[in-house]
Design a protein around this ligand. Structure first.
Ligand code: PLP
Length: 784
């Protein structure tokens, strides 16, 4: 066959007949059976699938759905189906596929939070009795839903698909693909609300998923959703569930789940019953549900490199996704994979070989089931069992590499991750990378499309760890990074960050060292400008319009305009002193006016022949929402990335950081006793239960938060500090938390227990709390 290009849009039915047994792939890194792959070239915000066609062709892929066929012929048998909208074709194929199973019960889940965990738990429970097809991970988008539904086969007895929307009009599309017979709504929140005309529109849009279902489960407290569904869809059997009392019957104590997890578990139980799961499977299965597992976790490894642990789901697509994540978080370009059981699939060995070849440098297989794969991949090392590997681990060297640990949760691969980590779960700062991405998208949605985004990675990315955060930012298509000092920039370059990096405070003597790493200094005075010009460094002029810190005053700048000309000047910027505070808005507007005037003077004095195109940037996180007239060509996002510190966006942001410690001991103390240094803690007459926590002021819990001024959060209760905070530990009163136990995790701050509580308690701001978190606190990165 010659290269075939279908120029008239083919009927979906015809395409379906041709490709129904193929894998649909939209990401070139996800190919597992090249000859049985139909690649659909999608055009995203920053990537275009069409660019990957030659690479895919080289991998052996021959079938493509494209908007425009490649200009250059690929010379051999390849088939291109040309359509106006490849995404639409993907969705239409999936919808057509779904129609092949008219009798199948299919549950659609949506809601603002908790849909992935509800879907995962429910499919885990149902799997005891039924063959379930569920969306992998959180495949809930316009693309993810289509790929999920494509996985249905005649062998399945139940389908469970998750639907998420970010823009008006999307839900109808998802309903046509999923064609649900029943529904579950976790809750209605405000995420993405800015893309809908208002809360009522948003609610109606979400509910349209359920227009044709037989029954719908939703929490009793979602009163608006309840009323609207009854009003809109009279044929739907609406089943309000009191989640807490439902879970109470099955799981009386909060030993394994608490708070919002219990609510999710209540919905899961109700849905499992409605889908016909025997009660015995519910009572035996629910106590095994665990929170916080469905995610990748990255820790600092024993030997220096990152250790990424993903011991949640063991299907092939989860492995492909974990691999992809590991590649973006790999500072060494050397990847080790420790692989446990992978769910059986036709041709699994062949798929694994294709997936891993050339991407994994060192492959460690665990389990006799991998014997065949080990034969195919002669460089792999095979261990018969987990214990066998654990015995050898102490003598293995994992320096200068990223280690990905991937096995099913029942295999207890977390033991490998623990053995390879620098520190066990004692005191941790968890950074939720999915929340960072969400927050980035939120700020982007507030900016004009062509406005560039610079993100501040100074002070170890606000305490979160500069390199892992910078890698996420680079991957997410951020335009610029900024650091405070040159060393921070050098460290990012050593870690493989390619983005342009602006350096706020670079002394003249440090400029020469910045050339090789292409760091871009901020210029505050003439000698610095002259030195940077001699060195050929791209640079940024800072104007001091009222911050009173660094930079040329407007008058200095105007006087120096003729001498500050260079094609190397990339931008002119200023920093707002009080962008968050409306009491100072008049002052802020003065800053903006002074900036505009200085910029005009600079341009007027520029020689268009020799000066470059100078860009402007002024706004920090709070400024972005409050002064939309001043976005200019770029903005500088800082604290808002972490989902905190920006009151204007607080409802839409997702707090991304969680600081936890563990309980080292608990003791009953008698009334009248004193606790801690200086005898500043007092036990009341009735006595108290006092817990020692593994966090002190050296870890970043300020000493001023002692003596009851702050409370840790344990199982949904407040446990106030008692006595002074010590260097490495502190004491809290857990008299009000009867089931608190030694070894359990305690929250210092999180989304549920905001960092502002701690900052306010000690009279500071979240910035100081974050950047004060000690270097021995273990940073763990979680996220898809
Ligand atoms: C830190 C900093 C920012 C970011 O400020 P946030 O309040 O964290 O958004 C922006 N610009 C400059 C010059 C900074 O120093």
């Amino acid at each position: 066959m010659r290269e075939a290009v279908h120029h008239t849009e083919p009927a979906i039915e015809e395409l379906y007949r041709h490709y129904q047994s193929y894998d649909l792939v939209v990401d070139s890194r996800q190919v597992s059976r090249p000859s049985q792959t139909l690649f659909i070239a999608l055009t995203g915000e920053r990537t275009d699938g069409h660019h990957f066609i030659p690479e895919l062709y080289a991998q052996g892929v021959r079938h493509f759905v494209v908007r425009t066929p490649p200009a250059q012929q690929l010379n051999a048998e390849a088939s291109f189906t040309v359509v106006d909208d490849p995404l639409h074709t993907l969705q239409a194929l999936a919808a057509f596929h779904r129609r092949q199973f008219p009798a199948l019960p299919v549950l659609a889940i949506t809601g603002s939070n908790g849909k992935t965990i509800v879907k995962d738990w429910l499919s885990q429970l149902l799997a005891a009795t039924f063959r379930v097809c569920a969306s992998p991970r959180s495949y809930n988008s316009q693309i993810g839903v289509a790929l999920s539904v494509w996985q249905l086969t005649a062998a399945h007895e139940i389908g469970i698909f998750e639907a998420g929307i970010s823009e008006a009009g999307e839900m109808d599309q998802l309903r046509m693909i999923i064609q649900p017979t029943c529904g579950l709504l976790t809750n209605i929140g405000t995420a993405h609300l800015q893309n809908f005309a208002g809360p009522a529109r948003h609610l109606g849009e979400k509910l349209s998923l359920f227009a044709e279902v037989e029954w719908l489960i939703l929490p009793t407290d979602e009163v608006n959703a309840l009323a609207r569904t009854r009003e809109l869809y009279s044929s739907v059997d609406v089943c309000p569930i009191d989640a807490e009392s439902t879970v109470q019957q099955v799981l009386p104590s909060s030993a394994t789940l608490d708070g919002v997890y219990r609510k999710n578990a209540g919905l899961v139980i109700a849905a499992a019953r409605a889908l016909g799961l025997p009660e015995i499977e519910i009572t035996s299965g629910v106590p095994l549900l665990r929170p916080l597992t469905g995610r990748l976790e990255q820790r600092e490894g024993r030997d220096g490199g990152p250790v990424i642990n993903d011991s949640y789901s063991n299907d092939f697509s989860a492995l492909a996704a974990a691999l992809q994540f590991a590649e973006t978080q790999n500072p060494y370009d050397r990847l080790t994979l420790i692989l446990g059981t992978v769910q059986p699939l036709p041709g699994l060995e062949h798929r694994l070989e294709t997936l891993l070849n050339g991407r994994v440098d060192r492959l460690v297989l665990v389990g006799a089931a991998h014997a065949k794969l080990a034969e195919r991949m002669p460089d792999a090392i095979l261990y018969g069992s987990l214990d066998e590997l654990l015995r050898e681990l102490p003598t293995c060297d994992f320096s200068q590499q990223t280690v990905l640990v991937k096995g099913a949760s029942y295999e207890r691969f977390d033991r490998i991750a623990d053995a390879l980590s620098r520190q066990l779960h004692r005191t941790q700062l968890r950074i939720d990378l999915s929340a960072l991405r969400h927050n980035l998208r939120l700020y982007r949605s507030l900016l004009p499309a062509q406005c560039k985004l610079l993100v501040m990675a100074k002070a170890s990315a606000y305490g979160s760890g500069a390199l892992p955060v910078a890698q996420v930012l680079q991957d997410a298509g951020v335009d610029y990074l900024a650091v405070a000092y040159p060393e921070e920039g050098h460290a990012l370059r050593r870690g493989g960050i390619q983005l342009p990096i602006l350096v706020l405070n670079a002394a003249a003597y440090s400029l020469a060292g910045m050339v090789a790493d292409r760091l871009e200094p901020v210029i505050h005075n003439l000698p610095q400008f002259e030195q940077a010009s001699r060195l050929g460094l791209r640079m940024h002029l800072e104007l001091d319009t009222g911050m009173g810190r660094l930079g040329f005053t407007p008058k200095q700048l105007v006087d120096l305009v003729p001498r500050l000309q260079s094609p190397l000047v990339a931008s002119l910027f200023t920093h707002l002193a009080a962008s968050e505070d409306d009491r100072h808005d008049a002052f802020t507007l003065q800053q903006l006016a002074a900036f505009d005037e200085a910029y005009r003077a600079y341009l007027a004095g520029s020689d268009p022949q020799t000066s470059g195109k100078v860009q402007r940037h002024v706004l920090n996180s709070n400024g972005i929402g409050r002064f939309p007239q001043a976005t200019y060509e770029m903005v500088r996002l800082g604290i808002g990335l972490y989902g905190i510190g920006d009151a204007g966006q607080a409802r839409q942001l997702q707090p991304a950081l969680e600081l936890t410690a563990t309980i080292s001991s608990i003791s009953e103390r008698d009334g009248g006793m004193s606790i801690g240094y200086g005898r500043r803690g007092h036990i009341p007459a009735a006595g108290a239960r006092i817990a020692v926590l593994s966090i002190g002021y050296a870890d970043g819990l300020p000493r001023a938060s002692g003596e009851g001024r702050f409370a840790a959060w344990i199982r949904g209760h407040l446990a106030p500090t008692v006595g002074t905070i010590c260097m490495d530990m502190c004491m809290v009163d857990v008299s009000g938390v009867p089931d608190a136990r030694v070894g359990e995790e305690v929250t210092i701050f999180s989304a549920a227990h905001p960092v502002e509580l701690l900052a306010d308690a000690v009279g500071t701001i979240p910035y100081e709390i974050l950047t004060g978190i000690g270097s021995r606190v273990h940073r763990i990165y979680v996220g898809e």
